[in-house]
Ligand binder design. Structure first.
Ligand SMILES: *Cc1c(COP(=O)(O)O)cnc(C)c1O
Length: 390
């Protein structure tokens, strides 16, 4: 072989079967081949195990999927390129023209957009209630044939707690599937509930480092089968290198979630004791209106602390700009702390009535607690509160 040929056919480096790498290698390859056409065809037909094309599946992403499924107490998972991507592909995959979806005001903004605009264009209708309105949910399911109920808990940004047992029981009784965006609670919580499809943004707690995006839908294998057939042609595949980084992040997931939740509780308590603060939303605080439900459903309450400043939007801006350890940006669940000022939390697609349900006020600030030293975090929050009061 001449050199231009050789660089395109590098030598194989076989690893003996009894010589395992402790960390699985990244299979950064789009294509896999077999010696015979026959074996390729059998793989494509699903008659034997194997890989063919990265957009359908690859071993690095598959390892991540199996880890995620077991964390969420299900047996199968499909990983995709981002959290929003998995929401869009799952909702497209599970609905058809004429279907009806029940969703909630307290839902991640882009999810509302996917339901309203994308599904709406394909003739899928929806109703939007408050996730706390259990009587309304029962009434809606009893009167309108519903294909899917999609909800979150805790909700973003004010950490309302959905009653998962009641919502899933009502959906089951009326023949609707449930889709739960479980990003805030994390991969280790809520698995014991009768939720059909769990969705996660892997960009958040799973990776933990804020340097990579990913999404996942986790369910029993039979429920994932229709999606498994359609995801490859929608094309939002998770790259193996990103899958490797997320798999690496998961090694420290439990320590991070626990430690960051402890910091969140400490900061929530500090905020609750301060006169400039009108209200603190943190499900782990006994003063949270659904603290009992949160305790029944969750082992840890997460790293998001949202609160309302008495001084409104300007106080929120001064608080945010006075912080030195919190990056003023979106997202959550990374090891560095983050803050969103009231001006950054405003939803422009909600009516006045829906805004009231959302419980986001002019003075609402959202914190995502990281892994910085607790004393340093407390000092920074005190700096912010002093600035809010001036
Ligand atoms: C961030 C987030 C998403 C979207 O995830 P991306 O990875 O940013 O696309 C979806 N749902 C919730 C609850 C989120 O917080």
């Amino acid at each position: 072989m001449k050199k231009p040929t050789r660089v395109n056919h590098p030598p194989a480096v076989p690893v003996p079967a009894d010589n395992r790498p402790v960390v699985a290698p990244i299979y950064q390859t789009v294509k896999f081949e077999f010696e015979s056409v026959e074996e390729t065809v059998r793989t494509l037909r699903g008659e034997r195990a194997g890989y063919y094309y990265m957009r359908t599946s690859n071993p690095t992403t598959r390892q991540l999927e199996l880890t995620l499924a077991s964390l969420q107490d299900r047996d199968d998972c499909l990983a995709t390129a981002s959290g929003v991507n998995v929401i869009a592909q799952t909702l497209l995959g599970l609905t058809k023209q004429g279907d009806h979806v029940l969703c909630f005001v307290e839902t991640y903004g882009p999810t509302r957009q996917i339901i309203r605009r994308l599904l709406g264009r394909f003739g899928v209708t929806h109703a939007m209630l408050s996730v706390e309105d259990l009587a309304g949910i029962e009434q809606a399911l009893a009167t309108t044939p519903t294909r899917l109920v999609i909800f979150e808990s805790p909700t973003n940004p004010v950490t309302k707690i959905a009653d998962i047992a009641t919502i899933t029981r009502l959906a089951r009784r009326h023949g609707a599937h449930t889709v739960m965006d479980n990003t805030f609670a994390g991969l280790h919580q809520h698995g014991e509930y009768d939720v059909d499809y769990f969705l996660h943004s892997l960009t958040k707690y799973a990776s933990g480092s804020g340097d990579v995006m990913g999404g996942a839908v986790i369910a029993r294998a039979e429920l994932l089968r229709p999606l498994r057939a359609e995801f490859p042609v929608l094309g939002g595949v998770l790259d193996p290198h990103a899958a490797f980084l997320i798999q690496r992040g998961l090694r420290t997931y439990f320590v991070r979630y626990r430690e960051q939740s402890a910091r969140a509780l400490a900061i929530a308590q500090r905020l609750a004791a301060h006169p400039a603060v009108a209200r603190v939303h943190y499900p782990g605080l006994p003063g949270h209106p659904q603290h009992a439900l949160a305790r029944a459903q969750m082992r840890e309450f997460g790293t998001i602390v949202t609160f309302d400043l008495r001084g409104g939007a300007e106080a929120g801006r001064r608080f945010t700009e006075a912080l030195t350890l919190f990056a003023k940006t979106a997202s959550l669940g990374s090891t560095e702390s983050l803050v969103m000022a009231p001006q950054m939390l405003k939803s422009r697609d909600l009516s006045a009535e829906q805004l009231a349900i959302s419980a986001v006020t002019d003075g609402t600030v959202r914190l995502s607690l990281g892994l910085e030293d607790e004393d340093d975090l407390r000092a920074d929050i005190d700096r912010g509160l002093a600035a809010a009061e001036t």
